[in-house]
Design a protein around this ligand. Structure first.
Ligand SMILES: [Zn+2]
Length: 319
């Protein structure tokens, strides 16, 4: 994909293209923004645009450089941290050794560190050394959705670019016009994903956008969720379900306080929302909301998942 085809981050892309055109590149960039706002896509396209043999400040997607980068097979372009696990010092040492070598075939070597908040203190310190003497023909791009976990000393040495989420209405239009998603689903995905296109498309692909009542009844009874083994994939699925549950209760709250018309995630399900809202008082909705947030928080800390879910079930169905 070329810069001209990426939707929703036009301002950031223009900034990056201007850097290339003016040949005024920082050595280290930090892309900050919520998940699914296109940070990785923009970083990879930036790597292509820096090295494209046919286009200036964009990628042609035809030359051998663009094609190799797209296929993850370019020797001078590396991406680490993709699996969202701790980034170890050995990985940073390898990067350091590599960063000081001249490019093999590229104009600029590019190192992308995805999920940079996973740098542990040891690897952060090692990485700082690279930032103190940045190599001229390399560009390092850090990506994160959790800037607060990054060392300030790292952040302060980077050119920081912030990726905003799209306005839900704008995202809803893109989902309809560009991806052929019907109006009801597009609205749900745009509001539920708070303007993050990537997240909306992932949910759509995982079949989570389906919004039938059988799905809702199951969602409202956490004890019926099949949780499975504690793998990363199951944890992500559980997080998505908890977020969806939070979405329904947020909407119930809005309906109960009479704000049914502004920005409901499930705008097409008002009857269902009214019916559900009658089950709960304000303090109960508050309590459930807090329990969902706590469950999400504890899930990150690997606390017994079955226990967390049983507790959530008890809060939702205490009457
Ligand atoms: Zn090209």
């Amino acid at each position: 994909m070329a810069f001209k085809d990426i939707k929703g981050q036009e301002k950031i892309i223009e900034v990056l293209r201007n850097y290339i055109r003016a040949n005024r590149l920082a050595n280290t960039f930090l892309f900050v923004g919520p998940e699914g706002t296109g940070k990785k896509l923009v970083a990879r396209t930036f790597a292509k645009a820096l090295n494209c043999k046919e286009q200036q400040a964009d990628s042609c997607d035809r030359c051998d450089s663009c094609r190799k980068i797209e296929a993850n097979q370019h020797v001078d372009i590396s991406i680490l941290g993709v699996d969202d696990e701790e980034i170890k010092i050995e990985q940073i040492r390898q990067l350091q050794a590599n960063v000081n070598l001249r490019p093999y075939e590229a104009k600029k070597k590019v190192f992308i560190i995805d999920n940079a908040h996973n740098l542990n203190p040891e690897s952060s310190n090692a990485f700082l050394k690279t930032l103190e003497e940045p190599p001229q023909d390399s560009v390092i791009i850090l990506l994160t959705s959790k800037q607060r976990f990054l060392f300030k000393t790292i952040t302060s040495r980077c050119q920081v670019l912030r990726f905003p989420g799209l306005a839900p209405d704008a995202l809803s239009r893109i989902l309809k016009d560009e991806y052929g998603i019907d109006e009801k689903q597009a609205h749900f995905l745009a509001y539920f994903c708070e303007g993050c296109l990537g997240k909306a498309l992932r949910l759509k692909e995982a079949g989570i956008a389906r919004n039938d009542h059988k799905g809702l009844e199951e969602l409202l009874r956490p004890a019926s969720w099949s949780i499975g083994k504690s793998t990363e994939q199951n944890r992500q699925l559980l997080k998505t379900r908890l977020n969806m549950l939070a979405g329904w209760f947020r909407d119930m709250y809005m309906v109960k306080i009479g704000l049914a018309h502004s920005g409901l995630i499930h705008a097409q399900e008002q009857e269902e929302l009214l019916r559900l809202t009658q089950r709960y008082s304000f303090p109960e909705l508050d309590g459930i909301f807090n329990t969902i947030c706590e469950t999400l928080f504890n899930l990150e800390r690997n606390i017994n998942v079955k226990l967390l879910i049983a507790n959530l079930q008890a809060t939702i169905w205490k009457n």
